[in-house]
Design a protein around this ligand. Sequence first.
Ligand code: NAD
Length: 463
Amino acid sequence: MSFNSTPIEEIPVIRDALVKGFASGKTKNVQYRKDQLIHLSYLLHENRSRFVESLAIDLKRPALETDFLEIDGTIAEVREAYTNVEKWSKPESPAFSLNWFSMNPKIRKEPKGVVLIIGPFNVPLWCLLGPLAGAIAAGNTVAIKPSEMTPMTADVIAELFPKYLDPEVVRVVKGGIPQTSKLLEYPWGHICYTGSQRVAKIIGVAAAQTLTPVTFELGGKSPVIVDTSADLKLAARRILWGKCANAGQLCVAPDYVLVLREVEEQFIRELQQVYTAFFGSDPAKSDSISRIVSPQHTLRIKNLVESTKGNILIGGQIDVNERYVAPTIVTDVPGDDSLMTDEIFGPVLPIISVDSLNQAIGFINSRDHPLVLYIFSEDKKVKEKVFSSTNSGGAVANDVVILPAAAGLPFGGIGASGFGYTTGKWGFNTFTHFRGTLDVPSWLDKVVLGSRFPPYTDKKLAD
Ligand code: NAD
């Protein structure tokens, strides 16, 4: 199988099919949406091994990580949408109002129309097909654009979709900048973009030209605070796992650690132990670490590591051609270090020591709002203080990474980490137009509404 981009001239044809599909009205039927969702679920269940294989090639990702980080969560999204779509799509009534109830006020849940979902390379199924579940449940027709950086996975998606889903409801466009740029020429009901902050600005400018609403699922530097009351063994195990899963290429990966000086030494000892337990003495030989997506991305991480002013405690071996970055722990990192500029997006963990919780909070608050903020502490007051005196897309105490999979919770960024939500009912809402409707009886003109008509007499004003 080889990666062939969708020819540019096919894009208008694909869009026309989706416009036709939406205009046919079939996706207004909730049972039809459910049929598509069940087919999406079959696609994932029946081809699990294909995706495991494609990601083993694209990212050399271990099967267990593909199951845990990607396929299980995507299936859960589809299942949640399938189970709840009737409830979610029912019209709602606003709170009772004596003035308005006779006009039968309703909130109808209308699909936004033909929508576009653009995915990243790092979690190419979950970030593309999770939002897709919400878009289908909301009754839209959808163009999906997988990342060209994970070509084997994009190929499998493009091969399987026409076999499982109605081609007037979901279409796959393969390719990179030329294909995305062509897609962005059109007005869409909504664009859901997951990826880097840099490209989000390009997407935002293009969407502004067509007045298309957007959701941005971006990244950034998600910090972890390790408090003096933390269970340090647990913290070391979970943080190192979260940093190294998918070789650090997760939007919700803990980017850096702010550790209270009092417990720094012991925390680092725990990290060293867990490092060996996870990866042995030569992580290059371990089957439990993915590769970086491309030599260019590996080189970017190499440059960051080579220019750090911190102390490389473990790791640091990088092979650009093999796309390999050894899990790396860097201590004594200053706040203005090379590792502290952009999202690292690799298995490199900078550790900064702080004198107090307030200093850690101040450090976080002086930077862009992160996508997720993590605090390891056994002290309720400390956890509450961190949650209430910072802001971030989401926040988790005593674990990392797992937030996007938590059923019922919104997941999305704030400020530079993005805006809008794509999971569960929140995803359904993203792709739904909340349409207020009234049905106004004629007799109201005889009671209250008649006074609005000219002539505007003093008597009407007095009434
Ligand atoms: P990217 O921005 O390079 O690419 C994302 C998509 O944009 C791809 O489909 C790509 O083809 C397209 N694209 C790239 N350049 C373009 C251009 N000039 N014009 C139009 N389209 C273009 O992102 P990536 O490297 O694939 O993903 C990594 C980033 O995504 C990280 O920052 C990560 O934190 C973030 N991310 C966020 C979430 C989340 O849910 N918040 C999830 C996963 C990844």
